[in-house]
Design a protein around this ligand. Structure first.
Ligand code: PGA
Length: 262
């Protein structure tokens, strides 16, 4: 894992956006795995800025989102389809038909999840998977106890996740109990993963994911098995890492990272 600790979330988000920018310019039909939640929003804003000001072209990019709430139609204000349209897709030149999310209204969950996996395979697999992390360590909606080999499927949300996400709904009771999510096995097959985490509220989950054992109790710890994971943190999210100064030194000495505009 490469652990990148920057003074604030804006700088970390811009650096992550630059990784994606370079990848799209090198491979215009890049397949992106995308995430929702508050964390990736500043990174998406920087991608929008790069599209508007620097000609970053999304016309051939394809995307697959990690997850969607079960039972929410795409036009529901809290659906992840709506979130992605508002936060990213409506502001860049990606064809909507190239943007995929699991369908929370599907009548046949098993068939739909298998088809989602097949679509990812048919697209050639995910080149870069963007991830946030839940305060309980979830990636996608893979809650603690998820199989580290899991595939796209239905998951029941923990009370913690429903409480964390209730800010997007009028009240806790409105947060769905279920979701469809890519599995941890699905995520591990992407060629690169970029995990973003900001704020003190993520510091325990991040410490467990990076320095704890690989365990289904912290699903993000499965990324220790991924050959190219880059973790972008602000100081607060990195606050409980024991090897903080080592990660800083590795980053500062890296010829690769020195070539970025930080
Ligand atoms: P957040 O959610 O970015 O809104 O904190 C992250 C997640 O649940 O994966």
């Amino acid at each position: 894992m490469e652990i990148i600790i920057l003074p604030d979330s804006q700088k970390a988000s811009r650096l992550c956006a630059e990784v994606i920018d370079r990848a799209i310019r090198a491979k215009p039909d890049l397949v992106l795995g995308l995430a929702t939640g508050s964390t990736p929003v500043p990174m998406y804003r920087d991608l929008i800025r790069r599209h508007r000001e620097e000609g970053l072209d999304f016309s051939k990019v394809r995307s697959f989102n990690l997850d969607e709430y079960l039972g929410l139609p795409p036009d529901h204000p809290a659906s992840y389809r709506r979130f992605m349209d508002e936060q990213l897709f409506d502001h860049i030149n990606i064809p909507k038909s190239s943007t995929r999310l699991p369908d929370g209204m599907t009548k046949d969950i098993a068939a739909h999840c298998a088809a989602y996996e097949a679509e990812i395979r048919a697209a050639g697999g995910i080149d870069i998977q963007v991830l946030g992390i839940g305060s309980d360590g979830h990636i996608g909606f893979n809650e603690p106890s998820s199989s580290l080999a899991s595939r796209t499927r239905m998951q029941t949300l923990t009370l913690q996740t429903r409480q964390d996400n209730s800010r997007f709904f009028d009240k806790l009771e409105d947060v769905p109990f279920g979701c469809l999510t890519m599995g941890i096995g699905t995520i591990l097959e992407s060629r690169m993963t970029v995990l973003l985490a900001f704020g003190e509220g993520k510091s325990d989950a991040i410490a467990g994911a990076i320095e704890g054992p690989v365990t289904a109790m912290n699903p993000a710890s499965a990324l220790q098995l991924h050959p190219d994971t880059r973790v972008f943190l602000d100081e607060a999210a990195a606050g409980k890492l024991k090897l903080r100064s080592y990660y800083r030194e590795s980053f500062e000495r890296s010829p690769y990272w020195q070539s970025f505009k930080i």
